[in-house]
Ligand binder design. Structure first.
Ligand SMILES: *Cc1c(COP(=O)(O)O)cnc(C)c1O
Length: 398
């Protein structure tokens, strides 16, 4: 008796087919192997404020948060998040029913999609997108529907813009939610009030939820204003707003994030979140509660520091001959390699460490329509000034 031979089944389930290791692992090992300056991955090379670090140490010493914190997050942090939304945007949320602390924005995105999306629901997202969006939509059994941000030349320079007609035609009867990201990684675009108003009108008209990733809310330049879509008419009740301490306070390793949303949406996100990590980062939650209450000068200094770094890198890239999309937000610059006579960003990035000792990331990895991203590469400028100066000097060898 022989059992029928079944074809070997690959271990990875079909939902995650195609989500192999990220480009960042490949590029970072290339950086290590060649001694190149790594402007690929987006984390700061200096840590955040001393007083916030001390607050974390104090919390550990004083035994605050060393055991499982409450599921929705410690009350001090939930109040601080609510106060932050009121202080900066005039939005009011109940810390008990409308604020949820998560393991970074990454878990908030996962829990929002797992908690809100039925298998077969369509999720409209702005392409290029942060790499976890596609994977989380897939894990939730949803169908991602990309709307491509298009490069446009305008009076204020080149910028990636949202085509509102494309967005409107992407919405169908199966659309459950629009997944936004502003300020936008990797393009540096900050959605304008007019764009957000149009998105809001569409969401209200088609009765859609909006999940909005605002982790770069404090990193805006040139007078650009970050406007949470939740502040627009009809939106508070249908919006899950996501942010995190990682980018604002330069503690990307802490993984303390949060959502603000009306009670029913918060409960849906919490239901998924409690079975992902349940809770995390107890003492760090105490420290972030203090960070959110830092004076306005902290936020102004952060912006001024990053603006100077942005200008240094943008000007260096322009001198080298790249086409540069001067970002109005985030700590990334997207550059066009076509003026350098190149067209394949992935090949360009693989060769760059060898050619001049710098690492960048090909934007194509953030696209479903990869050809749309082929000519673009992303550099991070959240690095020490001397590192950026070194990178610019190296790039000038191109
Ligand atoms: C960095 C980043 C995140 C992840 O935030 P964490 O708090 O580190 O989990 C989410 N979204 C975008 C757009 C990011 O750039």
């Amino acid at each position: 008796m022989t059992r029928p031979v079944r074809p070997p089944r690959p271990p990875l389930n079909r939902r995650l087919d195609g989500f192999g290791t990220t480009i960042f692992a490949e590029m970072s090992s290339l950086a290590a192997a060649t001694g190149a300056v790594n402007l690929g991955q987006g984390f700061p090379d200096t840590d955040g404020p001393e007083e916030v670090r001390e607050a974390a140490v104090r919390a550990i010493r004083d035994g605050r948060g060393n055991q499982y914190p409450p599921g929705p997050g410690i009350p001090e942090l939930r109040s601080a998040v609510a106060d932050h939304q009121r202080r900066f945007y005039g939005l009011s949320y109940d810390p008990d029913t409308e604020v949820l602390v998560t393991t970074g924005a990454t878990e908030a995105i996962a829990a929002a999609l797992l908690g809100l999306v039925e298998p077969g629901d369509e999720v409209v997202a702005l392409e290029p997108y942060y790499d976890s969006y596609a994977a989380c939509v897939a894990m939730a059994g949803g169908i991602r529907v990309p709307v491509t941000l298009r490069p446009r030349t305008g009076p204020d320079g080149d910028r990636f813009v949202l085509d509102l007609d494309e967005l409107r035609s992407a919405v169908t009867d199966r659309t459950r939610l629009i997944l936004l990201n502003t300020p936008h990684n990797p393009t540096g675009t900050v959605l304008t009030r007019a764009e957000l108003t149009a998105i809001a009108e569409l969401a209200v008209e088609r009765d859609l939820l909006v999940v909005t990733d605002e982790v770069y809310e404090h990193l805006v330049y040139d007078g650009a204003e970050h406007l949470p879509i939740a502040a627009l008419p009809g939106m508070r009740e249908r919006t899950v707003t996501i942010s995190s301490a990682g980018k604002t306070y330069s503690f990307t390793g802490w993984k303390v994030g949060w959502t603000t949303a009306p009670p029913e949406l918060t409960a849906a996100v919490r239901t998924a979140k409690q079975y992902l990590t349940f809770v995390s980062g107890g003492p760090l939650q105490h420290a972030v509660a203090e960070a959110l209450r830092l004076p306005d000068a902290f936020f102004a200094d952060l912006r001024a520091d990053l603006l100077a770094k942005r200008n240094l890198l943008v000007e260096g890239l322009e001198r080298t001959g790249f086409g540069v999309f001067r970002p109005q937000g985030t700590y990334f610059v997207t550059a066009d390699i076509r003026p350098l006579g190149e067209s394949d960003g992935a090949a360009f990035c693989r060769a760059l460490p060898e050619r001049c000792g710098v690492v960048a990331v090909p934007n194509a990895v953030f696209y479903d329509h990869r050809d749309q991203g082929d000519p673009f590469v992303r550099f991070a400028f959240c690095k020490r000034t001397e590192v950026l100066q070194d990178a610019v000097k190296r790039l000038s060898a191109l």
